[in-house]
Design a protein around this ligand. Structure first.
Ligand code: ATP
Length: 138
C-alpha cells in the first residue's frame, strides 16, 4: 500500500464530511487527519515549487484564508488513485471533462479547486512530513 497527502482547501472545508465519506467509499483508509490554519510562511513553504509564479500571492492568500483539513490516505496506488478521484486542477475544466470528480463537485475554478493531492512518491513523503512530522512513511 502507498500513502498520499490529501488537503481539503478553505473553499471546501464546510464539505469536509462529504469529502471524507467519498474518500472512504472509494476504499481509502484515512491514517491521520488534522484541521489547521496555515500561516503565509507555512503556506509559502508548502507551495515553494510555485514561488515566483503569477498566481503565487493569490494562492497563498486563498490557502491561508481559513482552516484546511490535512489527511494521510492509504490504499494500493493511493497517489494516482486519489488524483484520479479529484480530477483536473481547474474545477471549471473538471466540470466539463470529469463531472464525477471531487473538483467538479466541490470546486469553482482554477484556484478554488476544493482539494489537493500529492503528485509523486517523493512529494507525498515531503507533504506528509510537512503536516505530520511524527508520521512514519515506509
Ligand atoms: P494541487 O497541487 O493542489 O493538487 P495541482 O498539482 O493539480 O494542484 P498545481 O499546478 O500544483 O496544481 O497548482 C497548485 C495549486 O495552485 C492548484 O491546485 C490551484 O489551487 C492553484 N493554481 C494552479 N494554477 C493556477 C492558476 N493559473 N491560477 C490560479 N491558481 C492556480
Amino acid at each position: 500500500v502507498e500513502r498520499a497527502l490529501a488537503l481539503i482547501k478553505p473553499d471546501a472545508v464546510n464539505k469536509a464530511d462529504d469529502i471524507e465519506a467519498i474518500i472512504l467509499n472509494h476504499g481509502f483508509s484515512i491514517l491521520q487527519k488534522r484541521r489547521v490554519t496555515l500561516t503565509a510562511e507555512q503556506c509559502s513553504d508548502f507551495y515553494s515549487e510555485h514561488y515566483g509564479k503569477k498566481f503565487f500571492p493569490s494562492l497563498v492568500a486563498f490557502m491561508t484564508s481559513g482552516p484546511i483539513v490535512a489527511m494521510v490516505l492509504s490504499k494500493e496506488n493511493a497517489i494516482q488513485q486519489w488524483r484520479e478521484l479529484i480530477g483536473p486542477t481547474n474545477s471549471t475544466v473538471a466540470k466539463e471533462t470529469h463531472p464525477d470528480s471531487i473538483r467538479a463537485f466541490f470546486g469553482s475554478n482554477e484556484q478554488k479547486n476544493a482539494v489537493h493531492g500529492s503528485d509523486s512518491v517523493v512529494s507525498a513523503e515531503r507533504e506528509i512530513r510537512f503536516f505530520f512530522p511524527n508520521c512514519i512513511v515506509e
